[in-house]
Design a binder for this molecule. Structure first.
Ligand code: FUL
Length: 446
């Protein structure tokens, strides 16, 4: 710890988790963002012509009839999601190929002009009803990039896109998240589209209020900067976007790394979302049935996303039949069983927040007979994000011995520790931007 941090922490001891609820500090989440943080994990569903062609990015020239799931079962998706512990499902209503899973008023390239269910099918209607029935949220991904639309690359396309957007924003009840993919490819003759973000975001606000809106840089949540399943160890929910069109020239250093860490003292609450697929690709293909991530790989992703204060968006793509493959279901069941096994037995019996040796502390009392190797900490983020650095000690003779350390906490921090038995564990808050407000502390064994 350097002198500056010690001084800062000393000046801020006053509170931790006492009865006097402190005032908010800095940017805070909206009620919708707070509910989103509490979901911790959502399921992404990539489904469309690519499911049938094996491509990751469809050309936009595929026949409408390529999309032909013979046993579409959105209730199965919702059930799988719910049982795995996902708070909602986000579906690719339209991916880059432009094919729309509902009757898109500004496109001919959709289920409505296909032989599937004689043109009367609507995947969004079916999935939103299934999510409602299962008691989980429903969200939509609507790719701005469109390789099919004839107007792509011209000003007219923005109006066409807005018409599609309004159709999904008004047709399927309240959404928990709207997902704007950052990909912006070329249209015919190399035409580049300049997306009208103020127009798009204005329509979201008009029809769905403060729904959490994902794009590379928010405003509801930001991309974490990779598709591998991890946030950075230091992960601030606060962030100051410079520009919406990913003009990276004036951003600090490595842009992707920067997205994964956010800004200490950033101007807005724009938390990171970790999007990653359970398979190598985003879309299902037969050849990847034996490449589904294992339960343990998913646990590792969980530690590096939810356990670093982010929200996890795990893609589980249905097969061409319209059902989720048994291998993906087995992996998710294993993942859920591992989470339950690890986090059902809290070795901490109580915790209190106090001052000791001039620092704010979380003092945890633990069952000395049981080993632990995971520490869970949670800030009360409704009051902002505060903690920037902490260290973890256990008693050692007359003193203490440090067994781990970390930086940010946020909604949830899971710190990996060496296997330890102790009657007490103390968390020293070494650097904090305001008096820390820790609402939960626990010890677990993995
Ligand atoms: C990317 C897309 O290009 C991928 O196909 C996928 O949809 C992923 C979630 O976002 O930008």
């Amino acid at each position: 710890m350097n002198i500056k941090h010690l001084a800062l922490a000393t000046a801020l001891i006053a509170v931790c988790c006492g009865p006097n609820r402190p005032k908010p500090f800095g940017p805070v989440p909206t009620p919708q963002q707070l509910a989103w943080h509490q979901k911790e994990m959502n399921m992404f569903v990539h489904f469309g012509p690519n499911t049938f062609s094996g491509l990751e990015w469809g050309q936009g020239t595929e026949s409408n009839d390529l999309f032909a799931p013979d046993s579409l079962d959105c209730r199965q998706w919702a059930q799988v999601a719910k049982e795995a512990g996902f708070g909602g499902i986000i579906i690719t209503a339209k991916h880059h190929d432009g094919f729309s899973l509902w009757d898109n008023p500004s496109s001919e390239h959709s289920v409505a002009n296909s032989k599937w269910r004689d043109g009367n099918g609507d995947v969004l209607a079916e999935l939103s009803a299934a999510c409602e029935e299962a008691g989980i949220g429903f969200g939509v991904y609507l790719s701005p990039w469109d390789r099919n639309h004839p107007d792509y690359g011209t000003e007219r396309y923005n109006d066409a896109y807005v018409k599609s957007l309004e159709s999904v924003l008004t047709g399927y009840g309240p959404l928990f998240e709207v997902w704007f993919d950052g990909a912006c490819g070329e249209g015919p003759d190399g035409r580049k589209q300049v997306y009208d973000w103020p127009l798009f975001l204005g329509k979201v606000k008009e029809h769905q209020g403060d729904v959490v809106t994902f794009s590379n840089i928010g405003p509801g949540c930001r991309w974490v900067g990779n598709e591998e399943g991890h946030a950075n160890e230091t992960n601030w929910n606060t962030f100051t976007p410079e520009t919406h069109n990913a003009d990276r020239s004036n951003l600090p250093g490595d842009y992707e790394h920067y997205l994964g860490s956010g800004d200490e003292g950033g101007a807005y609450w724009i938390p990171a979302e970790v999007d990653v697929s359970i398979r190598p690709g985003w879309f299902w293909r037969e050849s990847e049935n034996d490449k589904v991530k294992t339960a343990r790989e998913l646990i590792d992703i969980y530690y590096k996303s939810v356990g670093r204060g982010a929200v996890l968006l795990l893609n589980v793509p249905p097969t061409a039949s319209g059902r989720i493959h048994p291998n993906d279901i087995a992996a998710l069941k294993g993942f859920r069983a591992e989470l339950d096994r690890i986090f059902s037995d809290n070795i901490a019996t109580s915790f209190e927040c106090k001052e000791q040796d001039g620092l704010p502390m979380v003092m945890i009392t633990a069952n000395p007979d049981k080993p632990f190797n995971r520490l869970v900490l949670q800030e009360d983020i409704a009051l902002g994000q505060r903690v920037a650095e902490f260290a973890v000690d256990v008693p050692d003779g007359d003193g203490w011995m440090e067994i781990g350390c970390g930086t940010t906490i946020g909604n949830k921090r899971i710190l990996l520790l060496p296997e330890t038995k102790a009657s007490k564990v103390r968390v020293r808050i070494i650097k904090t931007l305001a008096p820390p407000v820790i609402k939960n502390a626990g010890l677990y064994m993995d």
